[in-house]
Design a binder for this molecule. Structure first.
Ligand code: BGC
Length: 747
């Protein structure tokens, strides 16, 4: 035995050798030795859920072929199969009927909960509450693992700057520092402390890399970014996920600087597996291997398989490229057996870590499934839902509403919608199971009347079909106006349909869709006391509303408990504490707009009539609401900024925050830095620390941040992390535009 191990270790890379004493590595190697080439390729193949698995075995067609492949051990994983009965059935086929009985991985998009839904990820990110985010991912893992799933295609850690892109809803917004912290929290939440625990599922950081930078926000579009943006903005959240043990990484549909991610050796071999020493495996995105032919990077599916495998894409999702051609490619010498072995080792390692070889049915406990589904963790999803809400404006303190207020009008079809609050990416959940705003509302007061006033969409809104918006029907407006006239305050619930963001849901307009803007203006004419409750999956350019409507509450799509969370904020049981994880533009023409941009050579006008400076002639350069922004029902004052540079390797920054209002509340104190001069220009501001805490009226807290080399350096254009001595600006405050400012020198 020892001789065998010595032989094996000799053929391993350095990073693999360091694990070779580990018992999992020994088992992986032993199994690999027994596998035929077809079986190895099988581990690199993933199929979508196929036939009605509990029914009879299919006799013909594609499903029959997949079934045969399962029996031969030619499938390493399936996706979109859930339920312990279904999972067990497929697992039994491979375990009992295939030669080596290697268990399957069951992948699923568990993006923000499974059956019980948390807010969409962008919303959760607005909580800036890492503990609550981790708990939310944990609750999702508990449910998903109970229904047979052992692998989630989450978190999406793509940094996004352009609200036109529909998938901004799925990420943590525009900032790599916040995005990294949130990515880590989600990975921990899904994977737990121990991947072999029954409630742990393996996470997947996606989409590697650059998918968040699709040009003009158009889905699947080209990505062309410079080295500085790649190293400093796009890659850090992936690196953080890898450093924190994420088991898998998904590559992406997009090209990055002319090379499709799936065939991108630089990304997958040099950076991910090379520099970062990633030990897990890379899954392609859905048919992204095959799409390299459409990109014009491979002449056919066979060449696509060759390119993808050599570039380090270990498992093929639904391209049929590996299963069809990889064996042949190896025999022709186009793909080395070492490439195949390396990929298979990675896949097997994850299966061992999950404990699937000890018990392939560990996720197939029907009793646990029944009990878990019967007892959803509503407290966790309600908690994060409340924390995700952002108060954008509260003139005249229209909020919180009084429970005894006599005449409240609630207007808008989204107020009565039990489906849209669930958002997109919720294939494990049942449609229309959210608590609606009206339902939440009625738990607090009976003194209100509701007018739907124009449907947001027309016809059935069945996923994944294109939505038909109501752009014309205003016939119910009169009813709304009438009701508003008779009311003290009008709560208008407006925004996007739940399927208006997500994959394939790019928009060129960021306004309130359909006839909603018209409705808002019509109601405003008769009653100005409007509380606008926004429900949407991306930042919206609600510039008119920001100017005219006194109170605006951003509630995103908050999941199963949406209505209760919203009502608790509207009636003041919960004091809003969320802060925007993405800049809100004033108009689409400003996109992409983000706080951590570079300066230009002409950042300001020298005089009032100056033309030749970096601006628009028809719009301000300022955002509507900046990154990090969010109000509370109380007020926080920042004072006593102090910077201690006595230890250059650990600069201490502190400030006092005082609750000067009359209500208890939570604040997210944020630290931003800007290096004034560097060998590669630095963004005007970069978030480098934050802390969320709660304060009672008149209570103060001294917050302290540390600035070490980890915060002060950056990646140069060679991709090397450097810390350059020099002068820095610094800001500590309540959002990216307001705070106490100071300077310091890093020697
Ligand atoms: C998406 C991935 C997802 C996969 C499987 C693709 O269309 O881009 O994020 O995980 O489908 O559902």
């Amino acid at each position: 035995m020892s001789v065998t191990i010595v032989c094996i270790t000799a053929s391993l890379s350095f990073s693999q050798q360091k694990f070779a004493t580990d018992s999992i590595e020994i088992k992986v190697e032993a199994l690999l030795q027994r596998m035929t080439l077809e079986e190895k390729v099988g581990q690199m193949n993933q199929y979508n859920g196929f036939w009605e698995v509990t029914g009879p075995a299919p006799k013909e067609g594609n499903a029959k072929q997949k079934y045969e492949h399962l029996k031969k051990g030619w499938v390493g994983s399936v996706l979109n199969v859930q339920g312990t009965t279904n999972v067990r059935k497929l697992q039994e086929i491979v375990v009992k009927e295939s030669r080596l009985g290697i268990p399957l991985l069951f992948g699923f998009d568990v993006i923000h909960g499974h059956k019980t839904l948390s807010p969409i990820p962008l919303a959760e990110s607005a909580s800036w509450d890492l503990e609550a985010i981790e708990k939310s991912a944990r609750a999702a893992a508990v449910e998903a693992s109970a229904v047979g799933i052992n692998w989630t295609f989450a978190p999406m850690v793509d940094i996004t700057r352009d609200a036109r892109w529909g998938r901004v809803m799925e990420g943590a917004g525009e900032d790599p520092y916040l995005g990294s912290k949130i990515g880590i929290a989600r990975v921990h939440g899904f994977q737990g402390d121990d991947l072999s625990a029954t409630t742990s599922i393996v996470a997947c950081a996606k989409h590697f890399a650059g998918y968040g930078f699709v040009e003009a926000g158009r889905e699947y579009n080209t990505v062309d970014v410079g080295t500085s943006t790649l190293y400093n903005i796009i890659l850090p959240p992936f690196k953080a996920a890898v450093e924190n043990g994420v088991g898998t990484v998904m590559n992406a549909f997009n090209v990055l600087n002319g090379v499709p991610s799936t065939g991108n050796k630089f990304l997958q071999r040099d950076i991910l597996k090379g520099r970062w020493g990633f030990n897990g495996f890379v899954i392609s995105d859905w048919a992204s291997g095959a799409e390299m032919v459409d990109h014009g990077f491979a002449k056919d599916l066979k060449q696509a398989a060759e390119i993808a495998a050599n570039a380090g894409s270990d498992m093929d999702m639904e391209s049929y490229a590996y299963i069809t051609y990889l064996k042949q490619l190896e025999e022709e010498g186009k793909v080395d057996i070492k490439v195949v072995d390396d990929a298979v080792r990675r896949v097997l390692r994850v299966k061992y870590e999950l404990g699937l070889f000890d018990n392939p049915y560990k996720y197939c406990d029907a009793k646990r499934e029944e009990e878990t589904i019967a007892h959803p963790d509503k407290a966790t999803v309600l908690d994060i839902a409340k924390k995700s809400i952002v108060l954008l404006k509260n003139e005249n303190n229209l909020l919180p509403l009084s429970k005894n207020q006599q005449h409240i009008a609630v207007i808008g079809s989204l107020a009565n919608d039990k489906n849209s609050p669930l958002g997109n990416w919720r294939f494990g959940a049942t449609d229309s199971t959210a608590v609606s705003v009206l339902e939440g509302f009625s738990k607090y007061t009976t003194h209100f009347k509701y007018a739907k006033c124009a449907n947001l969409t027309l016809g059935k809104t069945i996923f994944p079909f294109e939505l038909k918006l109501n752009e014309t029907d205003t016939s119910e407006f009169a009813e709304a106006e009438q009701l508003a006239k008779q009311s003290d305050v009008v709560v208008m619930v407006l925004g996007e349909h739940g399927f208006q963001s997500g994959e394939g849901r790019s928009r060129t307009k960021l306004d309130l869709p359909g006839v909603q803007q018209q409705l808002l203006e019509a109601v405003y004419k008769v009653n100005k006391n409007i509380v606008l409750v926004l429900m949407n999956g991306r930042p919206l350019a609600i510039t008119w509303a920001a100017e005219h409507i006194p109170t605006i509450l951003e509630t995103w799509q908050l999941g199963t408990e949406a209505g209760d969370a919203i009502a608790s904020v509207l009636f003041g049981d919960y004091n809003p504490s969320g802060k925007l994880p993405m800049t809100f533009p004033r108009s689409v023409g400003q996109c992409p707009i983000y706080y951590n941009h570079y300066n230009t050579g002409r950042a300001t006008a020298k005089s009032k009539d100056e033309v030749f400076w970096s601006h628009y002639t028809d719009e301000s350069v300022k955002p509507l609401y900046p990154f990090g922004y969010g109000l509370s029902y109380t007020k926080f004052k920042y004072s006593n900024l102090s910077i201690d540079t006595s230890d250059a390797k650990n600069i201490k920054v502190s400030a006092t925050v005082t609750n000067t209002g009359t209500k208890s509340g939570e604040e997210v104190a944020q630290l931003y830095i800007h290096q004034k001069v560097a060998s590669v220009v630095r963004p005007v501001k970069e978030l480098k620390g934050f802390e969320k805490f709660s304060l009672k009226p008149n209570e103060s807290k001294v917050i302290t941040f540390s600035l070490t080399d980890k915060e002060l350096g950056f990646y140069n254009n060679e991709g090397n992390y450097v810390v350059e001595p020099g002068d820095f600006d610094l800001m500590v405050g309540s959002n990216s535009q307001e705070g106490l400012v100071g300077t310091f020198t890093r020697k």
